[in-house]
Design a binder for this molecule. Structure first.
Ligand SMILES: [Zn+2]
Length: 275
C-alpha cells in the first residue's frame, strides 16, 4: 500500500523532472553502492547519493568537523542510516529541500527527526503520512553549524510553498532540491512567487560568490548557475506580461497544463500561476 502510494504520488508529482532520456554523466569516486542508491564523492567532505526510482533523485551528505547534514532522503532507500554512517562517523541531521516523496520517501523512517520549512507542513498528511519521528522546523536565514562549515538556509518557495535551498558560502555552492536546476520546473505556486524566489537566490549567489547549485535530480552536468536563475526571471516576466504564451500540455504533472521553454529553462504551470 505504502509502496503503491509512493509510486503513484511520485509519478504525479515529480516525473516532470528532467526527461526520461536524459543521460547520466555522473562521475566522482563511488564510495557506496547497492540496489537503491549510489553515493559518489563530490569533494573531501561532501557526497551525492543518486537513487533510480525517479530521475536520479539526489541526496547530499555534507560533513563538518562536528556533525553532518543529510539533505533529502530519496524515495525508498533501505538502511539509509547505515549507508550514511558508513560514509561519515559524525552525527547526522536530516533536512529536506521540500516534502515530495522522491525527497522525503519512506527512507526518512530511519531517522528520528527531520527538519523542514514550515510552509511545507500542509503537504505532510499527503506526502509523509506514516512518519513517526519528530518534524522540526527550519528558519529562513538561519545557519546550520557543522563545525568549520556552515550551511545557510534560504527559503525558495515556488515548486512547493516550503521549498528550501542550502548554501555553503565557503565551498561556493549550494543544494537547491527542485527549486532550481532539476531541468523541468514544476511551478506549484504563481509566477510572482517564482520571480521573488529567483531574485532572492540571484542576489545570494552574487553576494557570496556561489558558483552553482546542486539540484534534487542531478545527472552530473546540470548544476544550476546564476545565469539560469536570472533567465528564469526573464522568462517568468515574459509570461506575466503576455509576451510569451505557454503551450497546452494536457497531461501535465500536478495538474500543470501549460508549459513554456526558453533559455534552456522549462517551466510547467497552470492558469492560476499568472493571476
Ligand atoms: Zn518535488
Amino acid at each position: 500500500m505504502k509502496l503503491k502510494f509512493y509510486a503513484i504520488a511520485t509519478l504525479i508529482l515529480c516525473s516532470g523532472m528532467a526527461t526520461s532520456a536524459q543521460q547520466s554523466n555522473l562521475n566522482g569516486k563511488e564510495v557506496s553502492k547497492n540496489e537503491d542508491v549510489v553515493f559518489r564523492q563530490i569533494d573531501d567532505h561532501t557526497w551525492v547519493g543518486n537513487g533510480h526510482v525517479m530521475y536520479n533523485e539526489s541526496l547530499y551528505l555534507v560533513e563538518g568537523t562536528q556533525k553532518a547534514v543529510l539533505i533529502d532522503a530519496g524515495t525508498n532507500i533501505k538502511d539509509l542510516d547505515k549507508i550514511v554512517a558508513a560514509i561519515t562517523k559524525k552525527p547526522v541531521m536530516l533536512v529536506a529541500t521540500h516534502v515530495h516523496p522522491d525527497h522525503t520517501g519512506s527512507s526518512i523512517d530511519y531517522f528520528p527527526e527531520i527538519y523542514i520549512n514550515p510552509a511545507d507542513s500542509i503537504l505532510i498528511p499527503q506526502m509523509m503520512p506514516d512518519y513517526k519521528g519528530k518534524v522540526k522546523y527550519l528558519k529562513d536565514g538561519e545557519e546550520i553549524d557543522l563545525g568549520g562549515r556552515k550551511l545557510e538556509v534560504v527559503f525558495t518557495p515556488a515548486h512547493t510553498p516550503g521549498s528550501t535551498t542550502f548554501i555553503d558560502k565557503d565551498a561556493g555552492y549550494g543544494f537547491s532540491g527542485d527549486s532550481f536546476g532539476s531541468g523541468n520546473l514544476l511551478l506549484g505556486m504563481n509566477f510572482s512567487t517564482l520571480i521573488a524566489t529567483c531574485e532572492k537566490m540571484s542576489s545570494v549567489m552574487q553576494k557570496y560568490g556561489i558558483k552553482f547549485l546542486y539540484p534534487g535530480h542531478y545527472f552530473g552536468d546540470n548544476a544550476e548557475t546564476e545565469q539560469r536563475v536570472d533567465d528564469m526571471i526573464t522568462l517568468s516576466r515574459d509570461v506575466l506580461s503576455g509576451k510569451v504564451k505557454g503551450s497546452e500540455n494536457p497531461n501535465g504533472m500536478m495538474g500543470l497544463n501549460l508549459v513554456i521553454s526558453d533559455y534552456g529553462v522549462r517551466i510547467n504551470y497552470s492558469e492560476k500561476a499568472i493571476k
